[in-house]
Design a protein around this ligand. Sequence first.
Ligand SMILES: NC(=O)c1ccc[n+]([C@@H]2O[C@H](COP(=O)([O-])OP(=O)(O)OC[C@H]3O[C@@H](n4cnc5c(N)ncnc54)[C@H](O)[C@@H]3O)[C@@H](O)[C@H]2O)c1
Length: 493
Amino acid sequence: MKKEDKMSISATGRRSFLKKLGGVSAGIASVGSLVKAADGTPAIPAGSTYMGDFGAPKLDKVKVAIIGVGARGPTHLSHIAAAEGTEVVGICDLYEDAVNRGRQMALNADAERHKNVKTFHGDEHAYRKMLLETKPDAVWIATPWEWHAPMAIDCMKAGAHAFVEVPLATSIEDLWKIIETSESTKRHCMMLENVNYGREELMFLNMCRQGVFGELLHAEAAYIHELRGQMGEYERGRGTGSWRTLHWANENGNLYPTHGLGPVAQYMNLGRGDDSFRRLVSFSTPARNHELYAKEALGPDSKSIKLDFSKGGDLNTSIIKTTLGRTVMVQWDESSPRPYSRHNLIQGTRGTGAGFPNRIALDYTWKNATPELRKLLGLPEDKPDQRSNYHSWIEGGGFDAFYEHFDHPLFKRMESIAKKHGGHGGMDAIMNFRAIECLIKGEALDQNLYEGAFWSAVTPLSRKSVAEDGMPQDFPDFTRGRWKSTKPLAIIS
Ligand SMILES: NC(=O)c1ccc[n+]([C@@H]2O[C@H](COP(=O)([O-])OP(=O)(O)OC[C@H]3O[C@@H](n4cnc5c(N)ncnc54)[C@H](O)[C@@H]3O)[C@@H](O)[C@H]2O)c1
Protein backbone atom coordinates (compact mmCIF):
# COMPACT_ATOMS: atom_id res chain seq x y z
CA MET A 1 0.00 0.00 0.00
CA LYS A 2 1.27 3.46 -0.89
CA LYS A 3 2.05 5.82 1.96
CA GLU A 4 -0.61 8.31 0.75
CA ASP A 5 -3.26 5.56 0.79
CA LYS A 6 -2.33 4.57 4.31
CA MET A 7 -2.56 8.15 5.48
CA SER A 8 -5.93 8.81 3.89
CA ILE A 9 -7.34 5.64 5.42
CA SER A 10 -6.08 6.58 8.82
CA ALA A 11 -7.57 10.07 8.48
CA THR A 12 -10.95 8.57 7.56
CA GLY A 13 -10.61 6.05 10.35
CA ARG A 14 -9.87 8.87 12.75
CA ARG A 15 -12.94 10.87 11.70
CA SER A 16 -15.35 7.96 12.10
CA PHE A 17 -13.69 6.97 15.36
CA LEU A 18 -14.11 10.47 16.75
CA LYS A 19 -17.72 10.55 15.64
CA LYS A 20 -18.45 7.25 17.36
CA LEU A 21 -16.73 8.35 20.55
CA GLY A 22 -18.76 11.51 20.62
CA GLY A 23 -16.33 14.31 20.00
CA VAL A 24 -12.99 13.15 21.30
CA SER A 25 -11.15 15.82 19.39
CA ALA A 26 -13.27 18.55 20.93
CA GLY A 27 -12.40 17.17 24.36
CA ILE A 28 -8.69 17.11 23.66
CA ALA A 29 -8.63 20.57 22.10
CA SER A 30 -10.60 22.01 24.98
CA VAL A 31 -7.65 21.70 27.37
CA GLY A 32 -5.80 24.50 25.68
CA SER A 33 -8.85 26.72 25.88
CA LEU A 34 -9.64 26.13 29.57
CA VAL A 35 -9.54 29.19 31.81
CA LYS A 36 -5.99 29.47 33.06
CA ALA A 37 -4.43 31.10 36.13
CA ALA A 38 -1.58 33.58 35.68
CA ASP A 39 0.98 30.76 35.95
CA GLY A 40 -0.78 28.84 33.15
CA THR A 41 -2.53 26.33 35.42
CA PRO A 42 -5.88 25.34 33.88
CA ALA A 43 -8.94 25.91 36.06
CA ILE A 44 -10.78 22.84 37.38
CA PRO A 45 -13.73 22.33 35.01
CA ALA A 46 -17.21 21.92 36.51
CA GLY A 47 -18.23 18.27 36.83
CA SER A 48 -14.69 16.91 36.84
CA THR A 49 -13.53 14.44 39.48
CA TYR A 50 -10.33 14.60 41.50
CA MET A 51 -8.47 11.35 40.79
CA GLY A 52 -6.01 11.47 43.72
CA ASP A 53 -7.75 8.87 45.89
CA PHE A 54 -10.20 7.71 43.23
CA GLY A 55 -11.56 4.18 43.26
CA ALA A 56 -13.47 3.22 40.11
CA PRO A 57 -16.60 1.04 40.32
CA LYS A 58 -15.71 -2.60 41.03
CA LEU A 59 -15.41 -4.97 38.07
CA ASP A 60 -16.38 -8.66 38.24
CA LYS A 61 -14.24 -9.37 35.22
CA VAL A 62 -11.64 -7.07 33.68
CA LYS A 63 -11.67 -7.06 29.90
CA VAL A 64 -8.14 -6.01 28.95
CA ALA A 65 -6.57 -4.92 25.70
CA ILE A 66 -2.94 -4.07 25.00
CA ILE A 67 -1.31 -1.72 22.51
CA GLY A 68 2.34 -2.40 21.72
CA VAL A 69 3.77 -5.90 22.02
CA GLY A 70 7.39 -5.22 21.10
CA ALA A 71 10.10 -5.73 23.73
CA ARG A 72 8.09 -4.61 26.76
CA GLY A 73 4.44 -5.36 26.05
CA PRO A 74 4.69 -9.18 26.17
CA THR A 75 5.71 -9.06 29.85
CA HIS A 76 2.53 -7.14 30.68
CA LEU A 77 0.48 -9.40 28.47
CA SER A 78 1.76 -12.55 30.14
CA HIS A 79 0.81 -11.16 33.57
CA ILE A 80 -2.58 -9.88 32.50
CA ALA A 81 -3.42 -13.18 30.83
CA ALA A 82 -2.39 -15.12 33.95
CA ALA A 83 -4.09 -12.89 36.55
CA GLU A 84 -7.40 -14.18 37.84
CA GLY A 85 -10.47 -12.25 36.76
CA THR A 86 -9.21 -11.02 33.40
CA GLU A 87 -10.12 -11.66 29.82
CA VAL A 88 -7.70 -10.52 27.14
CA VAL A 89 -9.95 -9.12 24.42
CA GLY A 90 -7.58 -7.27 22.10
CA ILE A 91 -3.93 -7.04 21.09
CA CYS A 92 -2.66 -4.33 18.79
CA ASP A 93 0.72 -3.56 17.24
CA LEU A 94 2.06 -2.27 13.97
CA TYR A 95 3.34 -5.74 13.14
CA GLU A 96 1.39 -8.90 12.40
CA ASP A 97 4.05 -11.24 13.78
CA ALA A 98 3.99 -9.33 17.07
CA VAL A 99 0.21 -9.58 17.54
CA ASN A 100 0.21 -13.26 16.55
CA ARG A 101 2.89 -13.97 19.15
CA GLY A 102 0.84 -12.04 21.69
CA ARG A 103 -2.33 -13.95 20.85
CA GLN A 104 -0.53 -17.25 21.30
CA MET A 105 0.83 -16.06 24.62
CA ALA A 106 -2.69 -15.26 25.87
CA LEU A 107 -4.00 -18.63 24.67
CA ASN A 108 -1.10 -20.45 26.29
CA ALA A 109 -1.98 -18.80 29.60
CA ASP A 110 -5.65 -19.83 29.41
CA ALA A 111 -7.09 -20.88 26.06
CA GLU A 112 -10.69 -21.00 27.30
CA ARG A 113 -10.71 -17.64 29.10
CA HIS A 114 -9.02 -15.72 26.28
CA LYS A 115 -10.56 -17.61 23.35
CA ASN A 116 -12.22 -14.51 21.86
CA VAL A 117 -9.07 -12.37 21.78
CA LYS A 118 -8.89 -10.28 18.59
CA THR A 119 -5.75 -8.92 16.98
CA PHE A 120 -5.26 -5.61 15.19
CA HIS A 121 -2.20 -4.47 13.25
CA GLY A 122 -0.82 -2.71 10.23
CA ASP A 123 -2.00 0.85 10.78
CA GLU A 124 -0.78 3.24 13.43
CA HIS A 125 -4.38 3.99 14.37
CA ALA A 126 -5.57 0.36 14.33
CA TYR A 127 -5.82 0.60 18.12
CA ARG A 128 -8.85 2.83 17.71
CA LYS A 129 -10.64 0.08 15.82
CA MET A 130 -9.69 -2.25 18.64
CA LEU A 131 -11.23 0.10 21.22
CA LEU A 132 -14.48 0.24 19.30
CA GLU A 133 -14.71 -3.48 18.56
CA THR A 134 -13.53 -4.98 21.83
CA LYS A 135 -14.76 -2.36 24.35
CA PRO A 136 -12.08 -3.08 26.95
CA ASP A 137 -12.37 -2.04 30.60
CA ALA A 138 -8.64 -1.37 30.73
CA VAL A 139 -5.85 -0.95 28.21
CA TRP A 140 -2.14 -1.47 28.80
CA ILE A 141 0.00 0.78 26.54
CA ALA A 142 3.62 -0.17 25.79
CA THR A 143 4.45 1.86 22.69
CA PRO A 144 7.12 4.49 21.90
CA TRP A 145 6.95 7.59 24.14
CA GLU A 146 5.27 9.93 21.67
CA TRP A 147 2.28 7.59 21.46
CA HIS A 148 1.58 7.41 25.19
CA ALA A 149 -0.50 10.59 25.50
CA PRO A 150 -2.71 10.23 22.40
CA MET A 151 -3.34 6.54 23.10
CA ALA A 152 -4.12 7.06 26.80
CA ILE A 153 -6.51 9.89 25.95
CA ASP A 154 -8.28 7.85 23.27
CA CYS A 155 -8.58 4.88 25.63
CA MET A 156 -10.14 6.95 28.42
CA LYS A 157 -12.53 8.62 25.98
CA ALA A 158 -13.54 5.13 24.84
CA GLY A 159 -14.40 4.26 28.45
CA ALA A 160 -11.29 2.28 29.38
CA HIS A 161 -8.82 2.79 32.21
CA ALA A 162 -5.37 3.47 30.80
CA PHE A 163 -2.20 1.84 32.16
CA VAL A 164 0.67 3.57 30.41
CA GLU A 165 4.33 2.68 30.21
CA VAL A 166 6.86 5.25 31.40
CA PRO A 167 6.90 8.17 30.87
CA LEU A 168 3.24 9.16 30.96
CA ALA A 169 3.87 11.84 28.32
CA THR A 170 6.78 13.90 27.07
CA SER A 171 5.37 17.45 27.25
CA ILE A 172 3.66 19.50 29.95
CA GLU A 173 0.82 20.23 27.55
CA ASP A 174 0.14 16.52 26.98
CA LEU A 175 0.28 15.84 30.73
CA TRP A 176 -2.46 18.44 31.25
CA LYS A 177 -4.52 16.86 28.44
CA ILE A 178 -4.26 13.47 30.12
CA ILE A 179 -5.29 14.95 33.47
CA GLU A 180 -8.24 16.77 31.98
CA THR A 181 -9.41 13.62 30.20
CA SER A 182 -9.05 11.39 33.26
CA GLU A 183 -10.86 13.87 35.51
CA SER A 184 -13.71 14.34 33.02
CA THR A 185 -14.15 10.65 32.10
CA LYS A 186 -13.50 9.24 35.62
CA ARG A 187 -11.12 6.73 34.12
CA HIS A 188 -7.84 5.91 35.75
CA CYS A 189 -4.64 6.79 33.99
CA MET A 190 -1.82 5.11 35.85
CA MET A 191 1.76 5.31 34.69
CA LEU A 192 3.24 1.85 35.08
CA GLU A 193 6.21 2.64 37.31
CA ASN A 194 7.27 -0.91 38.04
CA VAL A 195 10.28 0.04 40.15
CA ASN A 196 7.99 1.17 42.96
CA TYR A 197 7.22 -2.55 43.38
CA GLY A 198 10.84 -3.69 43.76
CA ARG A 199 11.58 -5.54 46.99
CA GLU A 200 14.19 -3.01 48.18
CA GLU A 201 12.03 -0.05 47.19
CA LEU A 202 9.02 -1.48 49.02
CA MET A 203 11.16 -2.18 52.08
CA PHE A 204 12.54 1.37 52.14
CA LEU A 205 8.97 2.69 51.78
CA ASN A 206 7.94 0.60 54.76
CA MET A 207 10.96 1.80 56.77
CA CYS A 208 10.25 5.43 55.85
CA ARG A 209 6.65 5.07 57.03
CA GLN A 210 7.88 3.59 60.30
CA GLY A 211 10.22 6.55 60.73
CA VAL A 212 13.41 4.44 60.74
CA PHE A 213 15.36 7.06 58.72
CA GLY A 214 13.95 9.92 60.84
CA GLU A 215 12.72 13.08 59.14
CA LEU A 216 13.40 12.67 55.42
CA LEU A 217 15.39 15.52 53.89
CA HIS A 218 17.02 14.37 50.66
CA ALA A 219 16.84 11.67 48.02
CA GLU A 220 18.91 10.61 45.02
CA ALA A 221 17.42 8.86 42.02
CA ALA A 222 18.76 7.85 38.64
CA TYR A 223 18.40 5.92 35.46
CA ILE A 224 21.99 5.09 34.61
CA HIS A 225 21.80 2.32 32.07
CA GLU A 226 24.19 2.00 29.16
CA LEU A 227 21.92 1.24 26.18
CA ARG A 228 24.03 2.18 23.17
CA GLY A 229 23.63 -1.36 21.83
CA GLN A 230 20.03 -0.37 20.97
CA MET A 231 21.45 1.80 18.18
CA GLY A 232 21.66 -1.46 16.21
CA GLU A 233 17.84 -1.42 16.13
CA TYR A 234 17.95 2.06 14.61
CA GLU A 235 20.06 0.55 11.85
CA ARG A 236 17.49 -2.21 11.33
CA GLY A 237 14.46 0.12 11.65
CA ARG A 238 12.56 -1.90 14.22
CA GLY A 239 12.72 -2.28 17.98
CA THR A 240 13.29 0.06 20.92
CA GLY A 241 16.45 1.66 19.51
CA SER A 242 14.67 2.48 16.24
CA TRP A 243 12.86 5.33 18.01
CA ARG A 244 14.88 5.86 21.19
CA THR A 245 18.04 6.70 19.25
CA LEU A 246 16.26 9.72 17.78
CA HIS A 247 15.44 11.00 21.29
CA TRP A 248 19.14 10.68 22.17
CA ALA A 249 20.07 12.65 19.07
CA ASN A 250 17.46 15.38 19.32
CA GLU A 251 16.88 16.14 23.00
CA ASN A 252 18.95 17.40 25.88
CA GLY A 253 17.70 16.81 29.42
CA ASN A 254 16.68 13.93 31.65
CA LEU A 255 14.89 11.74 29.11
CA TYR A 256 13.87 8.89 31.47
CA PRO A 257 13.42 10.11 35.04
CA THR A 258 10.65 7.99 36.52
CA HIS A 259 12.31 4.67 37.43
CA GLY A 260 14.54 6.38 39.98
CA LEU A 261 12.20 9.19 40.96
CA GLY A 262 8.96 7.22 41.44
CA PRO A 263 10.05 5.25 44.51
CA VAL A 264 11.82 8.12 46.31
CA ALA A 265 8.88 10.46 45.63
CA GLN A 266 6.62 7.97 47.40
CA TYR A 267 9.07 7.61 50.31
CA MET A 268 8.81 11.41 50.75
CA ASN A 269 5.04 11.60 50.10
CA LEU A 270 5.56 14.14 47.31
CA GLY A 271 2.20 15.18 45.90
CA ARG A 272 0.37 13.41 48.71
CA GLY A 273 -0.44 15.44 51.79
CA ASP A 274 3.04 16.16 53.18
CA ASP A 275 4.89 17.95 50.44
CA SER A 276 4.99 18.40 46.68
CA PHE A 277 7.18 19.21 43.69
CA ARG A 278 8.19 22.90 43.64
CA ARG A 279 10.93 23.59 41.07
CA LEU A 280 13.89 22.11 39.27
CA VAL A 281 17.30 23.08 37.91
CA SER A 282 19.12 20.93 35.39
CA PHE A 283 22.51 20.61 33.68
CA SER A 284 23.89 18.18 31.13
CA THR A 285 27.42 17.18 30.15
CA PRO A 286 28.50 17.44 26.52
CA ALA A 287 27.38 14.53 24.32
CA ARG A 288 30.19 12.24 23.18
CA ASN A 289 29.25 8.60 23.69
CA HIS A 290 26.73 7.97 20.91
CA GLU A 291 28.92 9.47 18.23
CA LEU A 292 31.90 7.48 19.48
CA TYR A 293 29.82 4.28 19.47
CA ALA A 294 28.51 4.97 15.95
CA LYS A 295 32.11 5.38 14.74
CA GLU A 296 33.60 2.45 16.61
CA ALA A 297 30.82 -0.15 16.61
CA LEU A 298 28.56 0.67 13.67
CA GLY A 299 30.98 2.06 11.12
CA PRO A 300 31.08 4.67 8.38
CA ASP A 301 28.18 3.21 6.38
CA SER A 302 25.74 3.19 9.30
CA LYS A 303 22.62 5.34 9.55
CA SER A 304 23.64 6.32 13.09
CA ILE A 305 26.83 8.01 11.92
CA LYS A 306 24.72 10.48 9.99
CA LEU A 307 22.84 11.61 13.09
CA ASP A 308 24.02 14.74 14.90
CA PHE A 309 24.22 13.71 18.56
CA SER A 310 25.93 16.92 19.63
CA LYS A 311 22.61 18.55 20.52
CA GLY A 312 22.14 16.08 23.40
CA GLY A 313 23.96 15.54 26.69
CA ASP A 314 25.35 12.24 27.95
CA LEU A 315 24.81 12.69 31.71
CA ASN A 316 22.03 14.92 32.95
CA THR A 317 21.81 16.01 36.58
CA SER A 318 18.64 17.70 37.80
CA ILE A 319 17.86 18.89 41.32
CA ILE A 320 14.27 19.15 42.48
CA LYS A 321 13.37 21.43 45.36
CA THR A 322 10.14 20.49 47.12
CA THR A 323 7.57 22.78 48.68
CA LEU A 324 9.07 22.07 52.12
CA GLY A 325 12.58 22.80 50.82
CA ARG A 326 13.71 19.19 50.67
CA THR A 327 15.84 18.09 47.71
CA VAL A 328 15.90 15.23 45.19
CA MET A 329 18.79 14.75 42.79
CA VAL A 330 17.76 12.91 39.61
CA GLN A 331 20.38 11.72 37.13
CA TRP A 332 20.04 10.21 33.69
CA ASP A 333 22.68 8.56 31.52
CA GLU A 334 21.99 5.91 28.86
CA SER A 335 25.32 6.03 27.07
CA SER A 336 28.34 6.06 29.41
CA PRO A 337 30.41 2.95 30.09
CA ARG A 338 29.51 2.36 33.72
CA PRO A 339 27.40 -0.14 35.69
CA TYR A 340 23.63 0.20 36.02
CA SER A 341 22.24 2.30 38.87
CA ARG A 342 19.03 3.94 40.03
CA HIS A 343 20.81 5.33 43.14
CA ASN A 344 17.62 4.78 45.19
CA LEU A 345 18.99 6.84 48.07
CA ILE A 346 16.85 8.21 50.86
CA GLN A 347 18.39 10.29 53.62
CA GLY A 348 16.90 11.48 56.88
CA THR A 349 17.88 12.72 60.33
CA ARG A 350 18.39 9.15 61.61
CA GLY A 351 20.16 7.65 58.64
CA THR A 352 20.32 6.71 54.99
CA GLY A 353 19.22 3.81 52.81
CA ALA A 354 20.63 3.36 49.32
CA GLY A 355 20.77 0.95 46.43
CA PHE A 356 23.36 -0.24 43.88
CA PRO A 357 24.67 -1.86 46.03
CA ASN A 358 22.04 -2.10 48.76
CA ARG A 359 23.23 -0.44 51.95
CA ILE A 360 22.02 1.25 55.10
CA ALA A 361 23.60 3.51 57.73
CA LEU A 362 21.68 4.43 60.88
CA ASP A 363 22.22 6.58 63.96
CA TYR A 364 20.62 4.93 67.01
CA THR A 365 21.47 4.07 70.60
CA TRP A 366 20.21 1.10 72.59
CA LYS A 367 17.97 3.58 74.41
CA ASN A 368 16.11 5.01 71.42
CA ALA A 369 16.10 1.95 69.14
CA THR A 370 13.30 -0.58 68.78
CA PRO A 371 14.15 -4.19 69.74
CA GLU A 372 14.53 -5.05 66.02
CA LEU A 373 16.96 -2.18 65.41
CA ARG A 374 18.95 -2.98 68.55
CA LYS A 375 19.47 -6.47 67.15
CA LEU A 376 20.15 -5.40 63.56
CA LEU A 377 22.62 -2.68 64.61
CA GLY A 378 24.24 -4.78 67.35
CA LEU A 379 23.61 -2.11 70.00
CA PRO A 380 24.98 -3.07 73.43
CA GLU A 381 22.54 -2.96 76.34
CA ASP A 382 25.39 -2.29 78.77
CA LYS A 383 26.33 0.88 76.85
CA PRO A 384 22.86 2.33 76.28
CA ASP A 385 24.12 5.74 75.06
CA GLN A 386 26.62 4.41 72.51
CA ARG A 387 25.64 5.46 68.99
CA SER A 388 25.62 3.00 66.13
CA ASN A 389 28.41 3.22 63.58
CA TYR A 390 26.87 5.32 60.82
CA HIS A 391 30.30 5.98 59.31
CA SER A 392 30.19 2.55 57.70
CA TRP A 393 27.52 1.07 55.46
CA ILE A 394 25.69 -2.05 56.48
CA GLU A 395 25.86 -4.15 53.29
CA GLY A 396 25.60 -7.75 52.08
CA GLY A 397 24.25 -10.13 54.73
CA GLY A 398 23.87 -7.25 57.19
CA PHE A 399 21.52 -5.50 54.77
CA ASP A 400 19.65 -8.71 53.98
CA ALA A 401 18.87 -9.14 57.68
CA PHE A 402 16.65 -6.04 57.42
CA TYR A 403 14.25 -7.94 55.13
CA GLU A 404 13.19 -10.15 58.01
CA HIS A 405 11.82 -7.18 59.94
CA PHE A 406 11.02 -4.61 57.27
CA ASP A 407 9.93 -6.48 54.12
CA HIS A 408 6.80 -4.71 52.89
CA PRO A 409 3.56 -6.63 53.58
CA LEU A 410 2.56 -6.33 49.90
CA PHE A 411 5.85 -7.94 48.85
CA LYS A 412 5.35 -10.73 51.38
CA ARG A 413 1.82 -11.39 50.12
CA MET A 414 2.83 -11.32 46.46
CA GLU A 415 6.30 -12.87 46.70
CA SER A 416 5.17 -16.15 45.14
CA ILE A 417 3.51 -14.27 42.23
CA ALA A 418 6.74 -12.28 41.76
CA LYS A 419 8.78 -15.51 41.70
CA LYS A 420 6.43 -17.35 39.36
CA HIS A 421 5.69 -14.58 36.87
CA GLY A 422 8.86 -12.46 37.11
CA GLY A 423 9.72 -9.36 35.11
CA HIS A 424 12.67 -7.32 36.42
CA GLY A 425 13.03 -9.64 39.40
CA GLY A 426 9.27 -9.80 40.02
CA MET A 427 8.47 -6.11 40.35
CA ASP A 428 6.56 -6.15 37.06
CA ALA A 429 4.36 -9.03 38.17
CA ILE A 430 3.53 -7.40 41.50
CA MET A 431 2.60 -4.17 39.70
CA ASN A 432 0.38 -5.83 37.10
CA PHE A 433 -1.36 -8.30 39.40
CA ARG A 434 -1.92 -5.51 41.93
CA ALA A 435 -3.41 -3.20 39.25
CA ILE A 436 -5.91 -5.92 38.27
CA GLU A 437 -6.70 -6.51 41.95
CA CYS A 438 -7.45 -2.79 42.45
CA LEU A 439 -9.78 -2.74 39.43
CA ILE A 440 -11.67 -5.80 40.68
CA LYS A 441 -11.97 -4.45 44.23
CA GLY A 442 -12.70 -0.88 43.13
CA GLU A 443 -9.75 0.40 45.17
CA ALA A 444 -7.65 3.49 44.50
CA LEU A 445 -4.51 2.60 42.54
CA ASP A 446 -1.12 2.74 44.30
CA GLN A 447 0.16 5.38 41.86
CA ASN A 448 -2.33 8.08 41.08
CA LEU A 449 -2.76 10.11 37.91
CA TYR A 450 -0.93 13.15 39.29
CA GLU A 451 2.12 11.22 40.51
CA GLY A 452 2.67 9.91 36.98
CA ALA A 453 2.43 13.50 35.73
CA PHE A 454 4.81 14.98 38.32
CA TRP A 455 7.41 12.26 37.77
CA SER A 456 7.19 12.53 33.98
CA ALA A 457 7.31 16.35 34.04
CA VAL A 458 11.03 16.16 34.89
CA THR A 459 11.76 15.51 31.21
CA PRO A 460 10.23 18.67 29.69
CA LEU A 461 11.27 20.83 32.68
CA SER A 462 14.87 19.59 32.54
CA ARG A 463 14.99 20.14 28.77
CA LYS A 464 13.87 23.73 29.31
CA SER A 465 16.27 24.31 32.20
CA VAL A 466 19.23 22.92 30.22
CA ALA A 467 18.27 25.08 27.23
CA GLU A 468 18.19 28.12 29.53
CA ASP A 469 21.63 27.36 31.04
CA GLY A 470 20.23 25.89 34.25
CA MET A 471 17.47 28.39 35.01
CA PRO A 472 14.95 27.09 37.59
CA GLN A 473 11.66 25.77 36.21
CA ASP A 474 8.52 25.58 38.33
CA PHE A 475 6.53 22.34 38.36
CA PRO A 476 2.91 22.83 37.39
CA ASP A 477 0.64 21.86 40.28
CA PHE A 478 -1.14 19.09 38.40
CA THR A 479 -3.46 18.55 41.39
CA ARG A 480 -4.37 22.25 41.58
CA GLY A 481 -3.85 22.42 45.33
CA ARG A 482 -5.50 19.11 46.10
CA TRP A 483 -2.28 17.25 46.89
CA LYS A 484 -2.60 18.76 50.38
CA SER A 485 -5.70 16.68 51.12
CA THR A 486 -4.55 13.53 49.27
CA LYS A 487 -3.72 10.68 51.62
CA PRO A 488 -0.16 9.35 51.57
CA LEU A 489 0.01 5.88 50.00
CA ALA A 490 -0.93 3.48 52.77
CA ILE A 491 1.14 0.43 53.61
CA ILE A 492 -0.93 -2.06 51.66
CA SER A 493 -0.97 -5.53 53.07
N1 LIG B 1 9.14 -0.14 32.84
C1 LIG B 1 10.14 -0.79 32.27
O1 LIG B 1 10.91 -1.46 32.94
C2 LIG B 1 10.31 -0.70 30.80
C3 LIG B 1 11.21 -1.52 30.12
C4 LIG B 1 11.30 -1.41 28.73
C5 LIG B 1 10.52 -0.50 28.06
N2 LIG B 1 9.67 0.31 28.75
C6 LIG B 1 8.79 1.26 28.06
O2 LIG B 1 7.88 0.50 27.27
C7 LIG B 1 7.57 1.23 26.09
C8 LIG B 1 7.83 0.35 24.88
O3 LIG B 1 9.21 0.08 24.80
P1 LIG B 1 9.76 -1.20 24.01
O4 LIG B 1 11.15 -1.36 24.44
O5 LIG B 1 8.81 -2.32 24.13
O6 LIG B 1 9.74 -0.64 22.52
P2 LIG B 1 9.53 -1.52 21.20
O7 LIG B 1 9.83 -0.62 20.07
O8 LIG B 1 10.24 -2.81 21.32
O9 LIG B 1 7.97 -1.86 21.24
C9 LIG B 1 7.00 -0.90 20.97
C10 LIG B 1 5.93 -1.59 20.14
O10 LIG B 1 4.91 -0.62 19.89
C11 LIG B 1 4.48 -0.82 18.56
N3 LIG B 1 3.85 0.41 18.08
C12 LIG B 1 4.45 1.58 17.74
N4 LIG B 1 3.53 2.47 17.33
C13 LIG B 1 2.34 1.83 17.42
C14 LIG B 1 1.02 2.22 17.09
N5 LIG B 1 0.73 3.43 16.64
N6 LIG B 1 0.03 1.33 17.28
C15 LIG B 1 0.30 0.07 17.74
N7 LIG B 1 1.54 -0.35 18.06
C16 LIG B 1 2.54 0.53 17.89
C17 LIG B 1 5.73 -1.21 17.80
O11 LIG B 1 5.43 -1.88 16.61
C18 LIG B 1 6.45 -2.07 18.80
O12 LIG B 1 6.17 -3.43 18.63
C19 LIG B 1 8.39 2.50 26.14
O13 LIG B 1 7.62 3.52 26.69
C20 LIG B 1 9.51 2.17 27.08
O14 LIG B 1 10.03 3.30 27.72
C21 LIG B 1 9.56 0.21 30.10
